[in-house]
Design a protein. Structure first.
Ligand code: SF4
Ligand code: SF4
Ligand code: SF4
Ligand code: FES
Ligand code: FES
Lengths: 891, 169
C-alpha cells in the first residue's frame, strides 16, 4: 500500500493513502472530535463537528510544487473548512485542527446542534458519558441565541429495550446505519426531515428486531437509552470492569457496570476485545442472573433424603471421602466427570487434572450435548490441525463464506454481524446450508441458501467435497492429505448428480456452484458449530468437513479458513485442555506413553493409558451401574442433555452425584453434594473463543457470599484427597499450563493482554476419510429440528429479566403449510411424540421452517424437547398432532 | 406540533395492488436499473389508489420492491406531498411562501379556515375538504395560489375561492 505524508497541527506522519483525516489525526495523536463517524460504518459527514482546515501543496504550471522562501512547498489552504471524517489525506497535505478558523467553525456547529437540544442532562441516562456534553464543554457557549421555542417530540418506548427521547437526537444517523449495515435488521429509520427529523421504527411500532441495543451503544447522545437500565445509576457511581461475555463462543468483551455487589449493566468497549462496541442481546442484557436472589449461598449435602446446607470443609470432605470409597470399591473407572465447557481454561485444566491425576479416571467429557463418541481432536483436525486459525478480521474480509448448519443468529451473533458488515463493505457472498431459512439465508442478503433436507447434512458435505474434487485438488496439500486423496476419490465416486439431489433434496447445480465459489475464492471462510458436533454422525461429519476444507483450499498447509463456534463460551478451551476422554491437555493422546509420562512426572502420578468414555457412553454406563459417581459441572444439565430419560436414569442409578452450579437446578436437586459456584463475573481466568483466541477475563466483583469459583472447588476436594495442590490464583494454574501443556508453551497472562493471543505451535496430523451417511430413519413423522435461538433462555437466561421477556414462552415452530395440514392455528397446542416421550407445546407459525419438520429451540424452560429422545442415525422424527386439550396458550 | 402523524388504525392490515394499476407498477419499476429506485413512483401510485398512504400501502411498496418497511416509511414521511392520514375528497393546499404571502396568502388562508371551520391539517366532518398550508407551489407569478387535488388555481381572492369551493362537491 502506498504511503503518503501528511502534517497535522505541525506533526508530520506517514499513513496509507486513502486514510481519512480523522483517522490520520488519531495516528498523529491529535484529537479531532466526531459524532457521526464510526469505525464500523462508512463515512457520512452528517454532523460537521470534525471540521478542520485543509491545505495541499500549491502546484506550479510545471505540475511541480511551488517552493516557498524556506525551500518547503507552499500550501494552498482551502477557502472553507472540510469535514475530516470524509476527506482522505493526500501526499503533502497540511491540516489544522485547532486554528482559529477551525475552532470558530466547530463552535458554530455546536451552536446549531444545541439549538433544539433540551439540555436535560440531569435526567438523562447518558449524562456523564455523553459526547455532546463533552464537546459542549469544549466548544459550546453558556448561553443560547435561540429565542423561539425548541421543537419537541414525545418520548417513546420502542419495545422492551430501546427508549427514545428524540429531543436529544443530533441526527447523526449512527443508529440507523449500524442497524442496517452491521445488524442487517434495518429496523430504524428517520421520519420527516430537517429540524423535524426523528428516529423511529416503521409507523412507531415496537421494534421487531434483534434487540441488541447496539443502536443505544453507538448513539453519541442520550437519544437512545436502554430501558432495562433506565434511571438505575449514574456512570460515575459505577465501577466498570471489562470481562468476557459468557453466552457464546464468540468471546466478546463486555464492560460491566457494577455498583456495590450488583451488576447494573453491560456495555461494549471502545477499543478492546474482538467486538469493541458490538454486543448481541445476550451479551448486553444477559447479566442480571449474577444478582439473582436465588443463587446458592452454601454447599449442600444430601442427608436423610434432603439437601442440607453445610460448611465448605464438610462438603469437600464428604465429596472426597465418598469418591475415595467408590474408587476403592470399584476402581477409579467408576468415577466420571461431565461438563465444564463454560469454565475458564485454568478451571478446565484443574477439572481434568483432578479426574486424571488425583482420582485416576479418564472418563472426562465436556461435550455433554453430544450423542455419539467423537474423537477429542476431530474438531481441531476439521479446523486445520492447529494451523493459524481463521480470525474475525479474516471473516469480515472474506469473499465467500460457507455456513454449515448453524443459525448464526442464535449461535454466533457476532460472527453473523461480521458477515453482514462484510456484505456491505467488501461484497462478501454467503452460502448458508441450513434446513431452515435462517436470517442469513434470507433474500435480503447476498448469498445462496442450501436448504438441505433435515438429516442430509453429511450427504451435503460429501456432495460439496465431490464437486470440489471434480474441480481438481489444490496443489499445496500436506503429504498426509495427498496420500489419502486416491482413496477419497474412490469413496466419493458414487456421488453422481443424481445421488446428490436424491440425498440432499437440492439441485446438483446449486451444490456444484457452491463448491466452485468456495474453491475459487481467494479469501474464504467455512463456519460450523454445535449442529455438527451434536449431530448423531458427528465424527463422520467432522471428518467430511475436514475433507471439504482440504479440497476447497479452506485448509492449506500454512493456514486454516475453517472456524468452529462451539456450544459454550469455552468449548474450544475444553478441547485444548483435555476435557475429552481420549486426550490430555494440548492434544496429547492418552494412549501416548511418552506424553503421559511427561504429565505424570509433573503431576506426581502414573496416568491411565486407556482412553475414557465419552459423555453418551458415560451416561449409558452409569445407568447400567458400571459408573457409580458422576461429577457434573454446568447449569441445567438435565434440561440440555440430549436425552432427558437417559440422563435421569443415570442420575437415579448413580451412588454419588456431585454438582457445581449457581442455582438449585433440577440436576442439583438430584445431587448428593452441591457446590455453589461463582458466576463468570466473579472470577479471573482465560477463555478461548471460536477464533481460538485465548482472552483474559478479569473479575468485576467478588463471588456471591458463600460461593467459590469452580477451580477452588476442585482444589478443595483434591487437597482433601491428599493432593499437594497449592494454587493461590488461577494465574498460578496458567503458569503450570504454560510449562506443561504444549499449546500454551511460552504464554502468560500478560502476553494475553489486551486482545488475547492464538496458539498455533501444536500440530495434529490431518487425514482424509469417508463414512456413508446413515440411512434416514424410516417411517412416518416430521423431522425434529432443534438449535439455539437468539433469545433462547437456558438456565441463566431465564434469570435475566430482559432476555426472559424477549424469549417469551416455549413453543414449537411450524411452517404455514404444515400448520394448516395439522389444522393448527397460532397458539393451538401441538402434541409431539418422539421415541422416548411426548411434549405438548403451543404453535407458532414460521415460514422459515421447511415442510414436514417442526422446530423446537434447545433448552427452553418448559419445552423439554430432550424428553422426546436423542437423535439417532440421520436425526429424529416425531409425530405431531393437534392436542385434544382445549388449552390455548397466551402469547 | 411536530409529530410524524400516527396512522389511524382502521386502515386495512394488508393491501394488494388492484388489477388496474398492476401494469403501471411494473412499468414504473422497469424504468430503473435497480428496483428500489421506483419507491417514489410506487408510493405515488399507492396514494392515487387509496387517497392516502396507510401503513399497509407502505408495506406493499416495500414488499414489491424488496425494501425494508422502515426505509419506505422514511421516504414517505420525508416528502410533504404524501398523505400519511386520510384526506378529504378535496385537498386544499394553500401556498404560504414569499410571493404568495406578499399577495395576501395569509388573509386567504384565514378566510378558508373561517369558512370551512377547520384549521391546518384538518378535515371537515363531512369528509369533503382537507385544508393545508404548503410551501412554494412554484406558481409565484400567480400568487396567492392554491392547489386542489392536482389542479392549480392562481390570482386568488376571497370571492374566487368561494366560487371554487362552490363547485367542489
Ligand atoms: S436493538 Fe439492534 S437490531 Fe434493534 S433497532 Fe437497535 S440496532 Fe437495530
Ligand atoms: S438517535 Fe442517537 S444515534 Fe440515532 S441519529 Fe439520533 S443522535 Fe444519532
Ligand atoms: S455474540 Fe456471543 S459473546 Fe458476543 S455478546 Fe453475544 S453471546 Fe456474548
Ligand atoms: S464526524 Fe465528521 S461530519 Fe460527523
Ligand atoms: S411563493 Fe407561492 S407559489 Fe411560490
Amino acid at each position: 500500500m502506498s504511503m503518503v505524508k501528511v502534517t497535522i497541527d505541525g506533526r508530520t506522519i506517514e499513513v496509507p493513502a486513502g486514510t481519512l483525516i480523522t483517522d490520520a489525526a488519531k495516528m498523529a495523536e491529535v484529537h479531532v472530535p466526531i459524532f457521526c463517524s464510526h469505525s464500523k460504518l462508512p463515512p457520512l459527514g452528517a454532523c460537521r463537528i470534525c471540521v478542520v482546515e485543509v491545505g495541499t501543496p500549491k502546484m506550479g504550471p510545471d505540475r511541480k510544487p511551488v517552493l516557498g522562501p524556506d525551500g518547503s512547498p507552499e500550501i494552498a489552504w482551502m477557502p472553507k473548512v472540510q469535514t475530516g471524517c470524509t476527506t482522505p489525506v493526500t501526499d503533502g497535505m497540511h491540516v489544522k485542527t485547532a486554528s482559529a478558523t477551525a475552532t470558530q467553525a466547530r463552535k458554530g456547529v455546536m451552536e446549531f446542534l444545541l439549538v433544539n437540544h433540551p439540555l436535560d442532562c440531569p435526567v438523562c441516562d447518558e449524562g456523564g458519558e455523553c459526547q455532546l456534553q463533552d464537546l459542549a464543554f469544549a466548544f459550546g457557549q453558556d448561553f443560547s441565541r435561540m429565542e423561539q421555542a425548541k421543537r419537541t417530540f414525545d418520548s417513546e418506548d420502542l419495545g422492551p429495550i430501546v427508549k427514545k427521547e428524540a429531543n436529544r437526537c443530533i441526527v447523526c444517523m449512527r443508529c440507523v446505519r449500524y442497524c442496517d449495515q452491521v445488524m442487517g435488521e434495518d429496523a430504524l429509520t428517520a421520519h420527516q426531515r430537517g429540524a423535524h427529523t426523528e428516529i423511529s421504527s416503521f409507523n412507531r411500532q415496537p421494534l421487531d428486531c434483534e434487540q441488541c441495543g447496539n443502536c443505544i451503544e453507538v448513539c453519541p447522545v442520550g437519544a437512545l437509552t436502554a430501558l432495562p437500565y433506565r434511571f438505575k445509576a449514574r456512570p460515575w457511581d459505577l465501577r466498570q470492569h471489562i470481562t468476557l461475555c459468557p453466552h457464546c463462543s464468540n468471546g466478546c468483551s463486555v464492560r460491566l457496570g457494577v455498583r456495590g455487589m450488583e451488576v447494573l449493566r453491560a456495555r461494549g468497549t471502545e477499543n478492546r476485545g474482538v467486538n469493541q462496541e458490538f454486543l448481541c442481546v445476550r451479551g448486553r442484557f444477559g447479566h442480571d442472573f449474577v444478582n439473582s436472589a436465588d443463587r446458592l449461598s452454601a454447599p449442600l449435602v444430601k442427608q436423610g433424603g434432603s439437601l442440607q446446607p453445610v460448611t465448605w470443609d464438610e462438603a469437600s470432605a464428604q465429596a472426597a471421602s465418598r469418591l475415595r470409597d467408590i474408587a476403592a470399591a470399584h476402581g477409579p473407572g467408576a468415577i466420571a466427570f461431565l461438563g465444564g465447557e463454560q469454565l475458564f481454561t485454568e478451571e478446565q485444566y484443574l477439572m481434568q487434572k483432578l479426574a486424571r491425576a488425583v482420582l485416576g479416571t479418564n472418563h472426562v467429557d465436556g461435550r455433554t450435548r453430544t450423542v455419539a463418541r467423537v474423537p477429542g481432536d476431530a474438531v481441531l483436525r476439521a479446523t486445520g490441525g492447529g494451523r493459524p486459525p481463521l480470525t474475525f478480521t479474516d471473516l469480515v474480509n472474506a469473499q465467500e463464506v460457507l455456513v454449515l448448519f448453524d443459525d448464526l443468529q442464535g449461535e454466533s451473533p457476532y460472527a453473523q454481524a461480521l458477515a453482514i458488515r462484510g456484505q456491505h463493505q467488501t461484497g462478501l457472498h454467503l452460502t448458508v446450508a441450513h434446513p431452515r431459512r435462517v436470517k442469513l439465508a434470507r433474500p435480503k442478503f447476498k448469498g445462496d441458501w442450501l436448504g438441505v433436507q433435515p438429516g442430509a447434512e453429511l450427504a451435503l458435505v460429501h456432495a460439496l467435497t465431490k464437486a470440489a474434487l471434480d474441480l481438481g485438488a489444490p496443489s499445496d496439500l500436506p503429504g498426509e492429505i495427498s496420500w489419502g486423496l486416491e482413496a477419497l476419490t474412490k469413496s466419493l465416486a458414487s456421488w453422481t448428480s443424481e445421488r446428490m439431489t436424491r440425498e440432499t433434496g437440492l439441485s446438483a447445480d446449486a451444490i456444484v456452484a457452491a463448491a466452485k465459489r468456495l474453491r475459487g475464492a481467494e479469501r474464504k471462510a467455512v463456519l460450523f458449530g454445535r449442529a455438527v458436533t451434536e449431530h448423531p454422525q458427528a465424527a463422520a461429519l467432522l471428518q467430511a468437513i475436514e475433507n471439504l476444507g482440504w479440497l476447497t483450499g479452506a485448509l492449506t498447509s500454512s493456514a486454516s479458513r475453517v472456524m468452529y463456534a462451539g456450544t459454550h463460551s469455552n468449548s474450544q478451551g475444553a478441547l485444548d485442555n483435555g476435557l475429552t476422554p481420549d486426550f490430555l491437555p494440548g492434544y496429547v493422546p492418552v494412549t501416548d506413553a511418552a506424553g503421559r509420562e511427561a504429565f505424570g512426572k509433573s503431576w506426581g502420578c502414573t496416568l491411565d493409558g486407556e482412553a475414557g468414555m465419552s459423555a453418551p457412553e458415560i451416561l449409558e454406563a452409569t445407568a447400567a451401574g458400571r459408573i457409580k459417581a458422576l461429577w457434573i459441572v454446568g447449569d441445567q444439565w438435565l434440561r440440555t442433555a440430549p436425552d432427558a430419560a437417559l440422563a435421569a436414569r443415570a442420575l437415579a442409578a448413580a451412588e454419588l452425584v456431585i454438582v457445581n452450579d449457581l442455582f438449585m437446578t433440577e440436576t442439583a436437586r438430584a445431587a448428593h453434594v452441591v457446590f455453589p459456584v461463582a458466576s463468570f463475573a466473579e472470577k479471573d481466568g482465560t477463555s478461548v473463543n471460536c477464533e481460538r483466541r485465548a482472552q483474559k477475563a478479569t473479575r468485576a466483583l467478588s463471588p456471591k457470599r458463600g460461593s467459590r469459583a469452580d477451580w477452588e472447588v476442585f482444589q478443595f476436594v483434591a487437597q482433601v484427597l491428599g493432593a499437594d495442590w497449592r494454587y493461590r490464583t488461577t494465574e498460578d494454574v496458567f503458569r503450570e499450563m504454560a510449562r506443561l501443556v504444549p499449546v500454551w508453551h511460552g504464554m502468560s497472562w500478560a502476553s494475553l493482554l489486551p486482545n488475547g493471543a492464538t496458539w498455533s505451535a501444536t500440530r495434529v496430523a490431518g487425514s482424509l476419510g469417508y463414512a456413508e451417511p446413515d440411512a434416514k430413519p424410516a417411517g412416518e413423522g416430521m423431522w425434529l429440528l432443534s438449535g439455539g435461538t437468539l433469545f433462547a433462555v437456558d438456565g441463566v437466561g431465564e434469570r435475566c429479566s430482559s432476555l426472559a421477556r424477549l424469549a417469551k414462552h416455549a413453543r414449537v415452530f411450524v411452517s404455514p403449510a404444515e400448520a394448516s395440514r395439522l389444522g393448527a392455528a397460532a397458539g393451538d397446542m401441538l402434541e409431539l411424540e418422539g421415541p422416548a416421550g411426548v411434549v405438548v407445546l403451543p404453535v407458532e407459525i414460521d415460514d422459515s421452517v421447511p415442510p414436514s419438520a417442526v422446530f423446537v429451540p434447545y433448552a427452553y424452560a418448559g419445552a423439554g424437547v430432550n424428553r422426546l429422545g436423542a437423535p439417532k442415525g440421520a436425526g429424529l422424527r416425531v409425530k405431531a398432532r393437534k392436542a385434544a386439550a382445549a388449552a390455548k396458550a397466551g402469547a | 406540533m411536530s409529530h410524524a402523524p400516527v396512522m389511524p388504525v382502521e386502515a386495512p392490515a394488508v393491501l394488494e395492488w388492484p388489477e388496474a394499476v398492476k401494469a403501471e407498477v411494473a412499468e414504473a419499476i422497469s424504468h430503473y436499473p435497480v428496483k428500489r429506485s421506483a419507491v417514489l413512483p410506487l408510493l405515488w401510485i399507492a396514494q392515487r389508489t387509496w387517497g392516502w398512504l396507510p401503513p399497509a400501502a407502505m408495506q406493499l411498496v416495500a414488499r414489491t420492491l424488496e425494501l425494508n418497511e422502515p426505509e419506505v416509511f422514511g421516504v414517505a414521511t420525508f416528502y410533504t406531498m404524501f398523505n400519511l392520514q386520510p384526506v378529504g375528497r378535496h385537498h386544499l393546499q394553500v401556498c404560504m411562501t414569499l410571493s404568495c404571502s406578499l399577495m395576501g396568502a395569509d388573509r386567504l388562508f384565514k378566510h378558508l379556515e373561517h369558512k370551512l371551520g377547520i384549521g391546518h391539517g384538518e378535515t371537515t366532518a363531512d369528509g369533503r375538504f382537507t385544508l393545508r398550508r404548503v410551501e412554494c407551489l412554484a406558481a409565484c407569478g400567480g400568487g396567492p395560489c392554491m392547489q386542489v387535488g392536482l389542479d392549480y388555481y392562481e390570482d386568488l381572492d376571497e370571492t374566487k375561492v368561494d366560487a371554487i369551493l362552490e363547485k367542489l362537491k
